[in-house]
Design a protein around this ligand. Structure first.
Ligand SMILES: Nc1ncnc2c1ncn2[C@@H]1O[C@H](COP(=O)(O)OP(=O)(O)O)[C@@H](O)[C@H]1O
Ligand SMILES: [Mg+2]
Length: 227
């Protein structure tokens, strides 16, 4: 089942010289897909995730979510779409600094307005990322790796349909990086669509579909390599 589709997406940044990270992006992501996007730094991978997640408006092209044209939605509709259906794992820390881990997760559960906080699910999720003992810590009291794991928990806590993971293994040791990529894989097995940005072929090799973003163009890896 199709979750999200991009047609001819174009994005410029006009600050001094114009940068065009996305030139003509076409991609369909289905339920159960685990998509990896590779590419050098500064190529627009984060930009792509922001555009898919409706946090950044494209200049041209169309995005469909569950078959609905996202750009014709009101701001409020886009906000509840994000809160209910999308799990964001941003490249930079995105926990709310004034809330404990438990509160960060409960807040994510209720975003979009249709769900109540579910403390048992929060406990279970903190357990999965090895932070059960840290539930009442504030983000600044955690190490970089612990914060990254908390961000993973925060992104997955509301069972999103689409997970946008921007370099999710940053700050993690190999053991936790492996676990986090397995968690994303598990999410795709339960039917979520996962888009993971990574530099590391060790992680992209575990995806079901691999793309490369280079010079504003998204190419499926097998096509690129002629395999
Ligand atoms: N808000 C912005 N305003 C202007 N330029 C930006 C902005 N965000 C990113 N860029 C530029 O767009 C290009 C792509 O950035 P980004 O999407 O962060 O790449 P990646 O995630 O692949 O490293 C870079 O050259 C970056 O400097
Ligand atoms: Mg980036």
């Amino acid at each position: 089942m199709e979750i999200c589709r991009l047609e001819h997406i174009h994005k410029d940044y006009r600050m001094g010289e114009t940068v065009t990270p996305l030139k003509d992006i076409n991609i369909t992501v289905n339920s159960g897909d685990f998509v990896a996007v590779e590419g050098p730094s500064g190529m627009g991978k984060s930009t792509l995730l922001y555009v898919i997640g409706t946090l950044l408006k494209a200049d041209d092209g169309k995005i469909f979510f569950d078959g609905k044209d996202v750009m014709s939605m009101t701001d409020r509709e886009q906000t509840s779409l994000r809160g209910e259906k999308v799990g964001f794992l941003f490249q930079d820390s995105s926990l709310i600094q004034a809330l404990t881990l438990r509160e960060n997760l409960e807040f994510a559960q209720t975003l979009g307005g249709k769900r109540k906080a579910d403390p048992a699910k929060v406990d279970e999720m903190l357990e999965r990322v090895g932070l059960a003992e840290r539930a009442n810590f504030l983000p600044y009291q955690l190490s970089g790796g612990q914060r990254r794991r908390a961000m993973v928990a925060r992104a997955l806590i509301h069972t999103p349909d689409l997970i946008l993971a921007d370099e999710p293994t940053n700050d993690l040791d190999d053991v936790w990086a492996e676990k986090v990529v397995s968690m994303l894989q598990e999410e795709s097995r339960r039917g979520a669509a996962v888009i993971m940005v990574t530099h590391n072929t060790r992680w992209s090799a575990q995806a079901s579909v691999r793309y490369r973003l280079d010079d504003g163009v998204l190419l499926q890896q097998e096509e690129a390599c002629g395999e």
